[in-house]
Design a protein around this ligand. Structure first.
Ligand SMILES: [Zn+2]
Length: 406
């Protein structure tokens, strides 16, 4: 399958217009990148960089890149020259090609830049620094009282991010930090970077988290729901999940879903998609902190609190079956702290209810699924996997170990 480029590959002329498109007007607005990433002009450059990331250690030749993108070899050569000059890609030997001389192989330089992922949970915060492949370089976790007020939460986040960058700098991690991707419980508005009435913590309603955190950290900040961040990370890392449709069901301090439809995270216009936990299963059931009654989340968390894993898993399965019937998805992935504490009983319980309607598995990545997905919110646009809108007027990135910014 070809990765999409911004021009019609049918004509040679159209295929060489990457140079004429300093910004792709049809793509979502992108991060304000550091000067060293100025090479990523145009969506096509990002697509090429994305293919290099996907190629991993094996790398890719210019001919392969041209075949995958539909760009002309000349356009690919110009793009890869820029990526090399920026330190984002490097030559990595040659290998035999079909006919002709061995082709030069290019690889992504993972340490050329990094991104911070932040998972704000109701009782803990986790920060991680990842390289351009999405691999975690350093990770820290600290307790958090999400209801303690904005100053306390921002102080805690600022301290942990500073400690993370200092830890990574001490370990010798080089390169720029492009920004911070925040995964938080919903509901929220990912386009404005604003929290809404977070279930259980309505006092956050209307808080401009991206703006406030960006000002504190001196870094661009992007925000998404924890479940969407996890789903994005699974799409970007797992070749098996790409192009298809799946639901990532997250059972931890809350219950929600990240939906991937046709290979793209489905957020909805108001980031309202995936409020899986607030489907009403029991009319006049127990009150839910969202204001409704008998929601799947309150029933499921109630079973968890009672230590009744079988019932919690069955409830999760009933919700999953509703979702599969509604969206005809290919796969159900389970994650979150509660599931990871008893992965097999949850997978079996959900599988039993679904009865073969869709396969069920525990999401790969363990406890890092959400926080590493959060970092991918920052990285995705670099690799032409945009579909993500950044908050306006954000500061530019910083460098690991630099004194400014934090
Ligand atoms: Zn509810």
């Amino acid at each position: 399958m070809r990765d999409r480029v911004t021009t019609d590959p049918a004509t040679d002329e159209a295929r060489t217009t990457d140079e004429a498109q300093p910004e792709n007007a049809s793509a979502a607005p992108r991060l304000h990148l550091g000067a060293n990433l100025a090479a990523l002009r145009g969506h096509n450059s990002a697509v090429v960089l994305g293919l290099l990331r996907d190629a991993g250690e094996r790398g890719a030749s210019r001919t392969e890149l041209a075949a995958r993108t539909g760009l002309t070899p000349q356009a690919v050569s110009k793009i890869t020259a820029r990526l090399r000059a920026a330190g984002l890609a490097a030559e990595a030997g040659r290998r035999a090609s079909t006919g002709g001389k061995p082709a030069a192989v290019l690889r992504l330089v993972p340490t050329a830049a990094h991104a911070v992922g932040l998972h704000l949970d109701r009782d803990a915060l986790t920060v991680t620094l990842v390289d351009l492949t999405g691999a975690a370089v350093a990770t820290r976790t600290a307790p958090l009282a999400f209801g303690a007020g904005e100053r306390a939460v921002l102080d805690a986040v600022t301290a942990e991010v500073a400690a993370l960058l200092s830890q990574a700098g001490a370990a010798g991690a080089p390169g720029a930090v492009l920004g911070v991707g925040v995964a938080a419980p919903g509901p929220l508005d990912h386009t404005a970077g604003v929290l809404h009435r977070v279930t259980g913590f309505p006092q956050w309603d209307g808080f401009p988290l991206c703006e406030a955190l960006g000002a504190r950290l001196g870094l661009p900040v992007v925000l998404d729901k924890d479940t969407n961040a996890a789903a994005l990370g699974l799409v970007l890392r797992g070749g098996a999940f790409r192009g298809g449709s799946f639901a990532y069901l997250h059972l931890g301090t809350g219950l929600g879903a990240g939906l991937v439809l046709g290979g793209a995270v489905h957020r909805g216009a108001r980031t309202g998609a995936g409020e899986f936990g607030h489907q009403v299963l029991q009319l006049d059931g127990p009150p839910c902190p969202c204001g409704d009654r008998g929601c799947l989340e309150v029933l499921c968390l109630g079973a968890v609190a009672d230590g009744d894993t079988a019932r919690a898993a069955r409830l999760l399965g009933i919700g999953a079956a509703n979702l599969v019937r509604l969206l005809d998805i290919d796969l159900v992935l389970l994650g979150g702290r509660t599931v990871l504490a008893a992965p097999e009983p949850y997978a079996e319980g959900v599988r039993a209810v679904l009865a073969g309607a869709a396969p069920v598995a525990v999401a790969p990545g363990g406890g890092g699924t959400v926080v590493e997905g959060a970092a991918e919110l920052v990285l995705a646009p670099l690799f032409g996997r945009a579909g993500f809108i950044t908050c306006p007027d954000q500061p530019t990135g910083t460098t690991i170990g630099s004194s400014g910014g934090i």
